[in-house]
Design a protein around this ligand. Structure first.
Ligand SMILES: NC(=O)c1ccc[n+]([C@@H]2O[C@H](COP(=O)([O-])OP(=O)(O)OC[C@H]3O[C@@H](n4cnc5c(N)ncnc54)[C@H](OP(=O)(O)O)[C@@H]3O)[C@@H](O)[C@H]2O)c1
Length: 436
């Protein structure tokens, strides 16, 4: 930071009050107002609330947490041209937020945001701009909501060489899969999740892995110092996982979770968001409902586990307000150089393959033949009694092999006449992915 810029930050403190604007007065924005009102942190003043259709927000029950002196506005220039010190962005999405935050940064305002898509796609360029203007861009709430995984990794693990991370970072998928583990069907649980406000009417961003992918890219940047293009990270939907998969997973001493994992190997980062079998002894198997969990593995410090409430207005507001307090006290986040990395979805792992067939002689030998052709070895074959022969689910597990190799074999296996459904392929998290 230049001498001139240090003076500017000090000047904000010298007048005794850090003036704060909220962009977005929805679930998290209104909770931030509540936390600020109830905690009454000295020297912090909420001076502006921006939202479209602002009168609707001003007359909402949550408006009582906003000081009577604050300006409510639907004109963004009222914030951008004001003397606020910190802009808290809680609207979401990339447009128009990116342009507005660039203007805020260029006019010397610090930015706090919980916006994972913005930070995953534009974080590096926004961070550079913030550095040029001597202000901070912080986003502790962008991954795992109320769990301080971002500040924890930045401040607490900056001294380690984190080589691998895996986590459950989408509470909606965790809610769905942990309810399925208890016996419910996917469609029923998804409907419940929508009723409870955990899942959108169009659940694709959650169940197809796009939300978790953005978070994985942010975690890779701060933990592995690797910049990944989110669009290049492999994702797999959880919507093909069925109740029977939990039955077979249990036989393998596992359960199923949507796992986001990344691992550095030289100049390449292996990264994938997918439903995976996790050992029942793994911390990830213990995470239920909307809880989030991230496990990092460091060369020097070993494994560290972060867990807690990954979403919800108030837990997320805690992360936002904590960022605000750090910025207002001049605390600077640890920044280490980040490099653009090539990404691959390939992992060397054992795989779980589930087939639903119209049972006929020779099916197993056809599957074994297709796997042998790509060099994949079968480790076990599971077939529970009690299912009808004309719609028989059974499972093959393989010894460790590359996911791409398995996918090649599954393409030809999927074409067998006896296959009633597209076969399901899941990685089985290996022992070294457990934090013990
Ligand atoms: N909710 C969580 O648990 C959680 C957890 C971690 C991170 N986050 C992140 O926090 C951010 C906010 O999430 P949220 O759950 O609070 O969302 P939300 O309830 O939908 O609130 C967003 C607010 O911003 C307003 N808004 C959106 N686009 C706007 C635009 N173009 N112009 C003006 N106002 C606009 C919305 O107004 P309308 O009412 O008119 O739509 C709404 O009041 C997102 O980036 C989200 O990913 C949320």
């Amino acid at each position: 930071m230049t001498k001139k810029k240090q003076t500017k930050v000090a000047a904000k403190k010298a007048d005794g009050v850090v003036k704060v604007a909220l962009l977005g007065f929805g679930t998290v924005g209104s909770s931030v107002a509540k936390v600020l009102a109830e905690s009454k942190f000295p020297g912090i003043a909420l001076t502006h609330v921006y939202n479209r259709g602002v009168e609707r927000k001003r007359s909402s029950a949550a408006a009582k947490f906003v000081p009577s002196t604050a300006v409510w506005t639907e004109n963004i220039d009222d914030v951008l041209k004001s003397n606020v010190d910190v802009v808290i962005e809680l609207m979401g999405g990339i447009n128009p937020v990116e342009g507005w935050l660039k203007k805020a940064i260029a006019s010397g305002k610090h930015v706090v945001t919980a916006n994972k898509q913005l930070i995953a796609y534009r974080g590096v360029s926004l961070q550079k701009l913030a550095a040029q203007h001597g202000v901070q861009l912080v986003y502790g709430a962008a991954v795992a909501g109320g769990v301080p995984v971002i500040p924890g990794i930045r401040q607490g693990l900056g001294g380690d060489k984190v080589v691998r991370l895996s986590g459950i970072v989408n509470g909606t998928c965790n809610y769905i899969l942990s309810r399925m583990e208890a016996g419910a069907e996917y469609a029923t649980v998804l409907k419940d999740a929508q009723g409870l406000g955990y899942a959108e009417a169009n659940p694709s961003a959650d169940v197809d892995g796009f939300d978790a992918r953005a978070k994985l890219c942010i975690l890779s940047r701060i933990a592995l110092h690797a910049e990944l293009n989110p669009d290049e990270v492999a994702t797999q939907t959880i919507s093909n996982v069925e109740a029977v998969d939990f039955v077979y997973a249990k036989e393998l001493n596992c359960t199923i979770r949507q796992v986001s994992r990344a691992q550095v190997e030289g100049a390449v980062v292996h990264a994938r968001v997918a439903p995976m079998l996790v050992p029942l002894s793994s911390p990830m198997a213990w995470s239920h409902g909307t809880q989030n969990m991230v496990v990092t593995s460091g060369k020097f410090g070993g494994d560290v586990v972060f867990s807690g409430h990954g979403a919800g207005g108030e837990p997320t507001a805690v992360a936002v307000v904590s960022d605000l307090l750090a910025v207002s006290q001049g605390a600077k986040a640890v920044e280490l150089p980040v490099r653009k990395r090539q990404v691959t979805g390939e992992f060397l792992a054992p795989h779980y393959l589930r087939f639903v067939v119209d049972d006929k002689p020779g099916i197993v030998s056809s599957i074994a033949g297709a796997l042998a052709k790509v060099g994949a070895n079968i480790d076990s074959l599971l077939q529970r009694p009690g299912y009808p022969k004309h719609k028989l689910p059974f499972v093959v597990t393989t010894e460790p092999c590359l996911t791409g190799t398995i996918e090649r074999a599954m393409k030809s296996i999927g074409k067998l006449d006896c296959m009633l459904e597209k076969p399901l392929t899941l990685q089985i998290l290996a022992a070294e992915d457990k934090a013990e």
